[in-house]
Design a protein around this ligand. Structure first.
Ligand code: ADE
Ligand code: ZN
Length: 337
């Protein structure tokens, strides 16, 4: 391991933008397909990896939703999540806020309970095994209707004390945040935190809508905010956390080259940017790899990497006391360097 990689792996950090369905490694895809008797359109792990060549978000989503077909049982969701928590622990993640897409599963006949109970048991195991805390973010698929989102919120009712936030993901362009303003208001009234993907492919106006109409607590991605100086100022003034995903941005052609990634520009503009992996099984790296790759490409120094880790803990939905304890853990680590 290089010095930089060792430093990054040791940084106590939170991961705030991670789709659990996006941690399905090709090896697991074959394992789950076999044990569930599901046919998959690939002959080998290599063939699966070769298919992971995307020109945009939709290219990826088509393959990602097809991959999720192999997830059928509570055990599958448990195994998927614990494999992620194990990898995240090795990357220095002390707290993870993971997104899941119930509609991807309920629409093919898998019960909401099957999905969430598998995730909850993995969260408990990660806490006892690694001391890692975690939270669940339930995402609505924005290409589906407002009515579908309301139905999903109703299905989640028995578990709302174990769901921390709602999110909005899937195809961004053509599905602006305003489409979900009433669902977000309903979720807010139930005491849920609010996040939304905005400004990944969509225009700055979608980020404005997420702020003004959804009243989100965090923006997922937010890259295109930089095209609007007033928006950038607003985000900085509000100390709005942006969950940025460098390798995702590269693989989905949000940027042409990692050397052009705006992460240091975001920090220079006073934005509370964080580094996350999004869908690591599809984009070629878990969270530490995202830190290292963008650090190398943009020449980030250790102080900038520490700022990014600090932003991740500060931007988490941990209660203030737990947040302070994690921040102290980070400062201890930095003092030892
Ligand atoms: N679902 C999984 N990953 C996503 C991303 N990066 N953007 C939108 N929807 C997603
Ligand atoms: Zn995402």
């Amino acid at each position: 391991m290089s010095d930089l990689a060792a430093y990054v792996a040791g940084l106590p950090k939170a991961e705030l933008h991670l789709h659990i369905e996006g941690t399905l490694e090709p090896e697991q895809m074959f394992e789950f397909a076999k044990r569930n008797g599901v046919a998959i359109p690939y002959a080998s792990v290599e063939e699966v990896r070769a298919a992971y060549n995307f020109s945009n978000l939709q290219d990826f989503l088509d393959i990602y939703y097809a991959g999720a077909e192999v997830l059928r049982t509570q055990q599958d969701f448990h195994d998927l999540a614990i494999a992620y928590f194990d990898r995240a622990a090795a990357d220095g993640v002390v707290h993870a806020e993971i997104m899941f897409d119930p509609q991807t599963h309920t629409d093919r006949g898998i019960a909401f309970a099957t999905v969430i109970e598998g995730l909850l048991s993995a969260q408990a195991e990660a806490e006892s095994k690694h001391g890692m805390t975690s939270r669940l973010i339930m995402c609505f698929l924005r290409h589906l209707s407002e009515e579908d989102a309301f139905a999903t919120l109703a299905q989640a009712e028995p578990w709302l004390d174990r769901i921390t936030a709602i999110g909005l993901d899937s195809s961004e362009i053509g599905h602006p945040p305003e489409k979900f303003a009433r669902v977000y208001a309903a979720a807010r009234a139930k005491g849920l935190k609010l996040v939304a993907h905005a400004g990944e492919e969509g225009p700055p106006d979608y980020v404005w809508q997420a702020l003004d109409l959804l009243e989100v607590d965090r923006i997922d991605h937010g890259n295109r905010s930089l095209e609007d100086a007033a928006l950038t100022r607003q985000l900085a003034e509000q100390s709005m956390t942006l969950t940025v995903c460098p390798l995702s941005n590269l693989k989905l052609c949000v940027i042409g080259d990692l050397a052009d990634h705006p992460i240091d520009r975001m920090l220079d503009l006073g934005l509370s940017a964080t580094i996350n992996s999004d869908d690591p099984a599809y984009f070629g790296g878990y969270v530490a790899e995202n830190y290292s790759a963008v650090a190398e490409a943009r020449g980030l120094d250790r102080a900038a990497l520490a700022t990014l880790a600090r932003n991740s803990l500060e931007g988490s939905f941990l209660p203030e006391g737990d947040k302070a304890a994690r921040l102290a853990q980070l400062e201890d680590y930095l003092a030892q360097q």
